[in-house]
Design a protein around this ligand. Structure first.
Ligand code: GDD
Ligand code: MG
Length: 371
């Protein structure tokens, strides 16, 4: 089975994690995010994947290689300029088979694509959209269907005024089964959106929805959802290969990472070379990447601290994301979904809160910021 994955967006909402690293290869728990999608697809028989790239494509290629680490053959297509979600598909036309999957490149999920393919086959659809229920559909593509799954309406990012009278909000999960004939509806060499141009055109003409209720699904494209997805992987709320690494408490602590007198609570991953000093406290779900150092008496709760970062004694880090190579000074507080870019240095006695984003390479002297 073939799949096209769209990864051409700039990932602006995940900055500064995506300032120098494209979203598909931002580290998620212990691997590039795309690793989760490729392993999930491979488990449903996908063996041929085409990555439709734009932004920083060379880096994506360098990290994901030929896909063999993830059980698929991986090829890359680079648009000359952003073509939009349908334009990007059209640009890959020469490589596509008669039927293929198409995916948004930022979904963490264990949706049963095998069942979605079976429904597509059964209904003879031109396109079958995977659908998941949400409470607030305004940031997604809202899909209206009949009992039998036929789509009667597609509203991309609907305003609240459009929601009245709809009993359940099923949104497009960014997981599509398509027949090659869909390509005939897309004008070549232009920027075309599949959500606003192609789906509305296909309504009443072979577009179906497959409701994937009861499965895990998350668009990881914002800092709060990045943390939510990380927690769900550690807690086993979504089926992923990471679960194989974790013990019954959701833990994987490399040898000699926890000093006597340090406390570890809940689901925590501490990779090779981590050092948690005496009196420090780590509360899960938390990930400490390779070589991370947590000083004496420091606290890290529900956070992601990536490779090589150092948290000094007495510092407090909660609900935060620290990119690789960050340094946090003594007694500094980092909380409230603060996101620190690669190599950021924060001196002693600062406070970073309220979703603050600090861009890569920034240095904040002692006591300089209380936000
Ligand atoms: N190659 C390429 N070229 N890829 C693109 C382009 C482009 O011009 N524009 C966006 N993409 C990729 C992004 O990298 C992402 O993986 C995917 O297309 C969707 O773009 P997002 O920017 O993440 O869209 P969204 O999250 O606001 O909305 C989409 O996803 C929702 C589910 O998460 C829509 O498809 C909604 O209908 C859907 O509900
Ligand atoms: Mg998205």
């Amino acid at each position: 089975m073939q799949a096209v994955i769209l990864v051409g967006g700039e990932g602006t909402r995940l900055r500064p994690l995506t300032s120098g690293t494209p979203k598909p290869i931002v580290t998620f728990v212990d691997r590039p995010f795309m690793g989760f999608m490729l392993q999930w697809l491979a488990s449903h028989g996908v063996d041929d994947v085409i990555m439709s790239c734009g932004f920083l494509a060379t880096k994506v290629k360098a990290v994901l290689g030929d896909g063999s680490d993830y059980g698929v053959r991986l090829r890359f297509v680079e648009e000359p300029e952003p073509r939009g979600t349908a334009g990007a598909l059209k640009y890959a036309e020469d490589l596509l088979e008669d039927r293929f999957l198409m995916l948004n490149g930022d979904v963490l999920t264990d949706v049963d694509v095998t069942a979605q393919l079976a429904q597509h086959e059964r209904t003879g659809a031109t396109g079958t959209l995977g659908l998941v229920p949400v409470t607030d559909p305004t940031q997604y593509g809202l899909v209206l269907t009949k009992e039998d799954g036929e789509v009667t309406g597609f509203l991309e990012k609907p305003g609240r005024d459009k929601l009245e009278g709809i009993p359940e909000y099923l949104i497009s999960a960014g997981i599509y089964v398509l027949e090659r004939s869909v390509l005939d509806r897309i004008e070549p060499d232009r920027n075309v959106s599949i959500e606003t141009v192609v789906w509305p055109q296909l309504v009443g003409d072979g577009l179906f929805g497959y409701a994937a209720r009861g499965r895990y699904w998350l668009d990881i494209g914002t800092p709060d959802r990045y943390l939510e997805g990380t927690a769900d992987i550690l807690l086993g709320n979504v089926e992923t290969a990471v679960s194989d690494r974790l013990d019954a408490r959701g833990r994987a602590l490399a040898p000699d990472t926890v000093a006597p007198g340090a406390i570890v609570v809940g689901a925590v991953i501490a990779e090779e070379g981590v050092r948690i000093e005496a009196g420090a406290r780590i509360v899960g779900p938390t990930v400490l990447g390779r070589g991370v150092h947590v000083g004496a008496g420091a606290v890290v709760e529900r956070s992601v601290v990536l490779d090589g970062s150092r948290i000094a004694g007495g510092a407090f880090v909660a609900d935060a994301i620290l990119s690789p190579g960050v340094r946090i000074g003594e007694r500094t507080v980092v909380q409230g979904q603060a996101v620190l870019g690669e190599g950021v240095v924060v001196g002693a006695d600062c406070k970073l809160d309220h979703g603050i984003k600090v861009f890569p390479g920034t240095t904040l002297p002692d006591g300089a910021v209380r936000f």
